[in-house]
Ligand binder design. Structure first.
Ligand code: HAM
Length: 426
């Protein structure tokens, strides 16, 4: 076997115990915040019919699909969770009580060009609300993601959530640029999403390119790019039609976020449109204020997705929050927690004669729910003590011939250094 084959494939990760401790620490915060916001966990297969993820708007995510033919079926590893969740909601739409709140915590696969914070597998926490058409749902999601950032130790100023509305952009364009061609709105958003990465000139070029799926004339393309510069609702209002419902929704959302006490952590940004085709309304992304990383998380309203799958019209809004970028940000800020093994007791028989007594002690402690390492083999006491200390164990049970003869064990408390004797079981 070649050396390369013995490495995990590029862009994927092995998780050693210390890596997994960190991952579980993050997941425990994801779950705790989901619980506080009354979301229920669901899950779906990692392999789905590839068609579920195929869309025609030119999204990167479709080109990045890990997919394969097997026994005449075209299957794919999920690149994201949203289509699977939508499929699940659709299957039981008649029986579910709306609005519903579901969360998922899953590994997703995308064959990405690798850059900082971008891997070929990542874990993603998703929060989705189905059946609520109003922005009170968006406000809940944004409040939840901010609570997550607080829970992992970031300061309010470390991250800002940038909010926009695709509906606002669509309204503004419907009377001009898109009057004749409303169908190019989705591919147009996919192109605009690249603004941060490739800059306004290249975006304009792509909007004009007759082969690019949008095909605007140069003046229209320039107007679109100009509109993306708005950084306040007042600036956005200049492009919006009279009495714009989308603008009114955004105003309502910012008002609600004030009630959550997070007004200073959110801002309007017309350049945020998101790279997935299915969004229809409010969209948002959280960024580190240092500006060194890609989006920490993102989401938005996607009221049409279930219909495109052939189901009823059910309003939906959600977010996806990956494990990679947030852990990079915490590392940059020196906030990665130092997590030790969770061990309560170490039980050390001095020799094989003492092992039956050590097993009895271990068994009792484990049945009490404690995490216990029964020392295997016959390492030296010094090594056992050093390892116990390093692993964060609370106490070490020492069973020498003398103690066992007297029906006791010597118990050393590693916190205080004190020793006491405890009777052995029965
Ligand atoms: P997304 O923006 O593609 O949205 O991904 C959401 C988050 O997942 C990103 O902000 C990032 O933290 C993480 N992520 C995505 N791709 C990668 C990657 N290659 N490597 C590391 N992290 C990554 C969605 O997936 C939507 N389905 C979210 C959603 C849920 N919208 C509504 N409901």
């Amino acid at each position: 076997m070649s050396k390369k084959t013995l490495q995990p494939p590029r862009g994927t990760r092995d998780f050693y115990p210390e890596d997994l401790r960190l991952r579980e620490w993050l997941f425990s915060h994801f779950r705790a915040v989901a619980r506080r916001f009354a979301f229920e966990e669901v899950d779906a297969p990692v392999v789905e019919h590839a068609e579920l993820f195929m869309r025609k708007a030119g999204e990167e995510i479709v080109d990045q699909l890990y997919h394969f033919e097997l026994h005449g079926r075209h299957l794919a590893l999920r690149p994201e969770m949203t289509p699977s969740v939508a499929r699940m909601v659709m299957a039981r739409a008649g029986a579910l009580r709306f609005p519903l709140r579901w969360f998922t915590l899953t590994q997703n696969w995308r064959y990405e060009r690798m850059t900082r914070g971008r891997k070929r597998e990542h874990y993603q926490w998703n929060l989705d609300i189905y059946g609520e058409p109003g922005v009170s749902a968006e406000a809940e999601l944004i409040a939840a993601l901010l609570q997550l950032l607080d829970a992992v130790g970031l300061a309010p100023d470390d991250v800002k959530v940038r909010i926009n509305s695709r509906a606002l952009l669509e309204e503004a364009l419907r009377h001009g640029v898109l009057r004749e061609r409303p169908d190019v709105f989705e591919p147009l958003c996919v192109v605009i999403d690249k603004l941060d990465k490739i800059g306004p000139d290249k975006v304009t070029e792509m909007l004009v390119d007759p082969e690019g799926g949008v095909g605007l004339d140069a003046a229209d393309a320039a107007q679109v790019v100009e509109m993306l510069k708005a950084r306040s609702l007042e600036e956005a209002a200049a492009h919006a039609p009279e009495g714009s419902p989308a603008l009114a929704e955004l105003r309502r959302l910012f008002g609600l976020l004030e009630a959550y006490g997070v007004a200073d952590r959110v801002l309007f940004d017309a350049s945020v449109v998101r790279g997935l085709a299915y969004y229809t309304g409010v969209v948002f992304e959280a960024f580190d204020t240092g500006g060194t990383l890609r989006a920490i998380c993102g989401g938005g309203r996607y009221d049409g997705l279930i219909e495109t799958l052939g189901g009823p019209a059910i309003p939906a809004v959600g977010l996806g929050f990956g494990d990679v970028v947030i852990l990079e940000l915490l590392a940059d800020k020196g906030l990665t927690p130092k997590l030790r093994r969770e061990l309560d007791d170490v039980v050390y028989p001095f020799g094989e004669n003492e092992r039956p007594a050590a097993i009895a002690v271990t068994d009792r402690l484990r049945r009490e729910g404690r995490a216990v390492e029964l020392i295997l083999g016959s390492p030296k006491l010094k090594r056992v003590m050093a390892d116990s200390d390093r692993s964060g164990a609370r106490q070490v049970w020492l069973l020498g011939p003398d103690e066992v003869g007297r029906g006791v064990a010597k118990v050393r408390d590693l916190g205080s250094g004190e020793e006491r004797e405890e009777p052995l079981p029965g």
